[in-house]
Structure formats: C-alpha cells, structure tokens
Design a protein. Structure first.
Length: 284
C-alpha cells in the first residue's frame, strides 16, 4: 500500500469522527512527512525512527509526531489494512520529553497586565482568560447565548463543558459583546484564535512581562497554578480546563520556586531538627 493512499483513508476516518481541523492537520503533516521518506507504507521501524530523528523542532514536537504515527498505525490495524503482527510502532521507542517548567504570572504581573490602559473589549478578554482558564479557541467561539448568570458554556477539545464565571467578569464581557459573538473585531467580525493570541501577547509585552512564552496559554497556566496554590481541588480543575486525562491536569501540581523555598525551610532535615540546629550553632 502507498503511504499517501493510507493517509487518505486515515484522514477520511478522522473527518467521519468529526475530529477538529487542528488535529486532522497535525496528523496530515506527520504522515505526509512519512510519505516523503517512504512512498511505500513502511512495515519496518527504520523509516519511522528516521522521521523522529530528523524532525525539526522541540522534544515535544518529536513526541507529537510519535503519537500521530501510533494513532495512524492503530487505525490501519483496526481497519485491517495492516496485519497487527506487522505493525512497526511497538518497535519504535518514544522520543524523550524533558520536563518543562510551565510559565505562569505572579500576582504582581497580573496587576501590571490589567493596570495598563486597555480597550474595554481587550480588558474583558484578559479578565475572562484569567478567571476561567479557557483556551484562545474557546474564547473566540464564545457566543452571547453561551453566557448565563453564573457560568459560560464552551466547546473545547473534549466537547462542551460548563464553567463558572465571576459576576464582574460576566458583566465586562457582555458590555463589549457583539450581537452574536462575545469577542468581535472593530468591523464586527468574530475574533479568530490567532487574533486573540496576538492581542494577549501584545498586552503582555506592553506590560513588561518577560517572555519568551507569552500568550493565552500562559494565562491558562496562571489560572491553574493559582487555583491549586489557593487550595482548589485538582478534580474540579480537570473539569474546568476540559482535560480528558487527570495526568494532564497534574502537571500544574508542581510547586513554584517560592513554594519550594518555604517548604524547605519547614521540612528539610537540618531546618526541622532543633537539636541539629544547636549542634551547628555550637560548632561555629
């Protein structure tokens, strides 16, 4: 079977499942890269390893290609285009993903962000992202009918979900909303996710917030971090963020440096032992 033909079958199945255009595009790019390396669908691991080794970008990008290839071959096996015994993916090791420290804003940075001179729509958007943790695409798709007294309904990667919203944030977004879409351009058109990303990044840069990773997802990380830092429930956070897997939510459980310093002062071996402290003092 030709790799391009297998790709067409796979993408047809993805569209039938009503997967998002973003997800389908990611699958297409990965498998198209494989077709360039091996026009005939590879049933040995070498071309797949070559693709992962030569893929440009970060460790996360390479791991994304690995996940896409695994999904692609699982489809081919389940749809009986490939004998499961000849599936090469079990012989391909996943690229290493080094743990990353996720960027979030401290209280002073949040204050600087919102204290600057902003148009009412822009300020309302920033406050909504900080108050709910929704994604840029979810904010772009938000309609006035989705805003109720205490909640908003967004349609995300895992489907529709209802999220609590603060009363003052609700008033702010409705005050600048269009007749259909909550966030619109000056010409009354629906704001695109890319447009929201540019707006948020520019506002953060103007506020003097250091990069390099600035944008709506940083505000999502900020919401999640402060939720847990203030004692919020991780299962409730999973529901609010729309994570299908709790493991995705648990990445936010990591403490920041100030938390670690505080915990160290209280619980480290020397700090928590008065007897050892006396010995060290006497030794001086």
């Amino acid at each position: 079977m030709q790799t391009d033909h297998a790709l067409d079958l796979f993408l047809d199945a993805c569209r039938a499942k009503r997967l998002s255009p973003h997800t389908i595009g990611s699958y297409r790019r990965t498998v198209h890269r494989l077709a360039q390396i091996s026009p005939e669908l590879p049933l040995s691991p070498e071309p797949l390893r070559h693709l992962l080794a030569e893929a440009p970008g970060t460790d996360e990008t390479a791991h994304g290609h690995f996940r896409n290839l695994r999904t692609f071959y699982n489809f081919l096996c389940l749809d009986k285009h490939v004998d499961p015994a000849h599936n090469p993916m079990p012989l391909v090791q996943a690229p290493r993903r080094r743990k990353k420290k996720r960027r979030f804003l401290g209280q002073n940075e949040v204050h600087r962000l919102l204290a600057q001179h902003l148009a009412p729509r822009d300020r309302a958007l920033l406050r909504l992202l900080l108050d709910t943790g929704i994604r840029a695409g979810e904010a772009a798709a938000l309609q006035t009918r989705d805003v109720s007294v205490e909640t908003i309904v967004v349609d995300g990667k895992t489907g529709a979900r209802e999220i609590p919203i603060s009363a003052d944030v609700r008033r702010a977004i409705l005050a600048s909303a269009g007749p259909q879409w909550v966030f619109t351009t000056r010409r009354g058109r629906r704001f695109t996710p890319r447009g929201i990303c540019r707006l948020v990044t520019r506002a953060m840069q103007t506020a003097g917030i250091p990069g390099p990773k600035l944008g709506p997802h940083t505000l999502r990380h900020t919401f999640a971090h402060h939720w847990l830092h203030e004692g919020g429930d991780v299962f409730a956070l999973q529901q609010i963020l729309g994570h299908a897997n709790l493991a995705t939510t648990k990445i936010y459980v990591d403490l920041d440096t100030s938390d670690l310093v505080h915990e160290h002062r209280q619980h480290a071996t020397l700090a928590s032992s008065p007897a050892l402290q006396l010995e060290l003092t006497a030794a001086k």
